[in-house]
Design a protein around this ligand. Sequence first.
Ligand SMILES: NC(=O)c1ccc[n+]([C@@H]2O[C@H](COP(=O)([O-])OP(=O)(O)OC[C@H]3O[C@@H](n4cnc5c(N)ncnc54)[C@H](OP(=O)(O)O)[C@@H]3O)[C@@H](O)[C@H]2O)c1
Length: 316
Amino acid sequence: MENYQASPTRYQDSEQIYRRCGNSGVLLPKVSLGFWHNFGGNDPYDRSRAIACYAFDHGITHFDLANNYGPPYGSAEMTLGRIMDDDLRPYRDELFIATKAGYDMWPGPYGNWGSRKYLIASLDQSLRRMRLDYVDLFYSHRYDPLTPLEETLQALVDVVRQGKALYVGISRWPLHALEFAQRYLRHHDVPLLIYQGRLNMLDHAPITEGILPFCQNHGIGFISFSPLAQGLLTDRYLHGIPEGSRMTQGRFLKPDVLTPEMLNHLRQLNNEASAQGRTLAEHALRWILEQQGVTSVLVGASSTEQLERNLQCIRP
Ligand SMILES: NC(=O)c1ccc[n+]([C@@H]2O[C@H](COP(=O)([O-])OP(=O)(O)OC[C@H]3O[C@@H](n4cnc5c(N)ncnc54)[C@H](OP(=O)(O)O)[C@@H]3O)[C@@H](O)[C@H]2O)c1
């Protein structure tokens, strides 16, 4: 891909592609691209680059990263930095790039959880790896029960004041902490832009726990990670475990989830999808996008073909 030029038609379906994020000024694509897998130092760079450029060519302006995505840790951000230099730097203002800190990143007491020390150092490192001056969105990646919430949240406020992030978000915080965050951040004039949680056809926790209704009632966007349950909600595992699939890596998606009951359930969902002339992946993504208060589904993809198929869920 010499001299990449973004597709001139990338915004032609804007009305279908974008949704307002809560009551903010930001529009996000209904399908966003996650860099958790397939963008690490051990993944073929040309494939990662092709997926990112394919996404951008189709109006997918939001990329989601975290400090520890890889492996090794940090390498997904380095891949993004390389893609920026090779292809996307001229389009920086058309991109909405997020990163996070909250999980294990470097050794010792300051490389994990929710202290101000960790979050601010981590964002500085992320910016260097991604070769960016600022991120559009910085998240606390998880709730830390031992650090005062005020400390974590004030660090989020301060990175915005320092110009290192334009907006802030939280991921996987329980409802009581989300409520606190919403009040604290509003009071400090850095409103909470978005909550990132796992919502999919197999996991309704953000609805049953009240997270999604709270976001909706308070003008906070909601983005669903692992919307395809890491590939379970596609045709990937309906006929066994294919070579090269995430399940063969056995780290985050283990073969023991594929019980006979689960397979039955997936086949039923697949039948439901076929009856509507859709793939299971499309059906699963549409289901999430139909839930009140959802802004975007944050998909992963190990090929441009997967992403292409998943983008079908945006069609009217
Ligand atoms: N906040 C958090 O704590 C948190 C946690 C997890 C994820 N995330 C974010 O959410 C993003 C997405 O997570 P995820 O990768 O688990 O999402 P996902 O969309 O549920 O799963 C993506 C995987 O499913 C398979 N797949 C996708 N489309 C397919 C298709 N059309 N047909 C067949 N297989 C398909 C691929 O696996 P194969 O490799 O088998 O091809 C792909 O890598 C991450 O990149 C990250 O940005 C955040």
